[in-house]
Each structure stands twice: as C-alpha cells, then as structure tokens.
Design a protein around this ligand. Structure first.
Ligand SMILES: [Fe+2]
Length: 254
C-alpha cells in the first residue's frame, strides 16, 4: 500500500437513495426548493411518493482518501445513478433535483448507458450549457457551478466522481439540494429535443444557452479512457494519479 493511503479513512458503505417525484416537489418552509417548469402540473400526479425518478448509489465505489504533500487532504468519491426514462407532466425530463456544487468541489460525470441531457451553469448563471451526453461521454462541473441531469429518452446509467472532505455518509438532502436557491432555468422537451427556459420571475438570470457539451480536455479524457472510464479510474488509479488528476482538473479554465 502506498503511504498516501490511510486505510481506516477509506469508507466502504454504499447508501442507496431512491428519489421520487415527491422529492422533486419538496421545498423548505422559506420556499427554497427545486425550480420546476410547472409545479401545479407536477402536483396533480399520483399520491406521494409518486413515480420513481432515479436511484442513486452513493459511494458505490469506495471513496479514495488522499493526502497530497503540500496540499489539503480530500476524498475522491464515486456515485452511481440509475435514471428512469421519460417526460414528466410539465414536459420536463425525468430529472435530478439539480444543485450548486460546493465552491471547492470538482465533479466529473460519465454516461455508462443510455443518454442524458445536462444543464450546466457557472455561478451567477451568465449562460448555460445544454447538451445530450451518450455512452462514454464525460462532463466536467467546475467548482461552484450548477448542474442538473435529465433522462427524457429512456433509462440511463451515470457514474460520477467528486471531491469531498468527508469520505462517506450518503447525502444530506437539505444541505446539498436546498441550501441555495437553484438556477432559475428549466429544461423542457419539445418534439423530442430539450430546450432551456429561464424563469425570469424566479431570478435575474437570462443568459444565452450554449448547445455544446462541457467535456474534459482531451488529455484528461484520454487518461479516463485508459482506465475504461471513471469507475476504473477511481478503482485502479494510484493515489499519485488520483491526486494529480484533481490538480489538473483544477487547472482547467472554466
Ligand atoms: Fe454535484
């Protein structure tokens, strides 16, 4: 074992988190919650919890604890999400809750099967990127950015890795999803194609929509490819490689 590895800080518990329509509709007492295209239309569905949207398997691959010399210790964690496919009553795709990442957090997504649409935006929402991602495609979420995933075209499997101070423990929903008002922009489907719409009444963002993927620079994507994907990278890369991968991701200009 390499000296960078601290065995007792490597967590091995997988937390299975099913998310239903009721989770998408839930808001805090002060009204902060997911931004929806049409809350009324979504609320008229079956009784709680409503249909399953996706199941997240937190730490499906054990977290990797790293202590790079001269830098703050952190974990690379890996989650796996199975999305149900379809379009909701308000024409939004079956979707994730959507949230702003922590300002010190790196996150990379990779589609393992099926296709998803991802909405990705920088702090302030000066513009949004909206694009489909198919099997093998990668998406980089820079620190502090917003992201939301939808699966309108059928079931889809997505694996993602992210940096965190904690190495396990599932998701604190109120902190992760409801700590900051989401981007006031929604994805809806029209003739099978996703489009992004700003909800002006809920915020001041109205930036342009960029119809492009936000993937990794080729050099980093090639490195992921050498491990047959993010799952292989998290499992088989050495500690030095994982620490280096984080450093090079941080150096990518958003
Ligand atoms: Fe995230």
């Amino acid at each position: 074992m390499h000296p960078l590895v601290t065995q007792d800080k490597t967590h091995r518990c997988t937390a299975e988190e099913p998310r239903h329509l009721a989770d998408l509709l839930r808001v805090r007492p002060d009204g902060v919650g997911p931004v929806l295209a049409d809350r009324q239309a979504l609320s008229e569905g079956p009784q709680e919890p409503g249909p399953l949207l996706y199941t997240a398997y937190r730490d499906g691959v054990p977290a990797r604890f790293l202590e790079p010399s001269g830098s703050v210790a952190f974990h690379w964690r890996g989650d796996f999400v199975e999305y149900q496919g379809g379009v909701l009553a308000d024409q939004e795709p079956v979707r994730s809750i959507g949230h702003w990442n922590a300002t010190d957090q790196l996150e990379v997504f990779q589609v393992e099967s099926g296709s998803v649409v991802m909405l990705i935006a920088p702090p302030g929402g000066a513009r949004v990127w909206l694009a489909a991602y198919g099997p093998g495609d990668l998406a980089l979420i820079p620190p502090g950015w917003f992201h939301l995933t939808g699966s309108p075209w059928g079931r889809a499997d997505v694996f993602n890795i992210y940096t965190a101070q904690e190495g396990g423990g599932g998701t604190d929903v109120s902190e992760k999803y409801h700590s900051k008002p989401p981007l006031p922009c929604v994805v809806t489907m029209a003739d099978g194609a996703p489009r992004a719409t700003w909800l002006a009444a809920q915020g001041d963002g109205d930036g342009p929509v960029v119809p492009e993927q936000r993937t990794l620079p080729k050099e980093l994507a090639d490195e992921v490819g050498r491990y047959d994907g993010l799952r292989g990278l998290l499992t088989r890369a050495t500690d030095e490689e994982l620490a280096d991968f984080a450093g090079r991701l941080r150096a990518v200009r958003p």
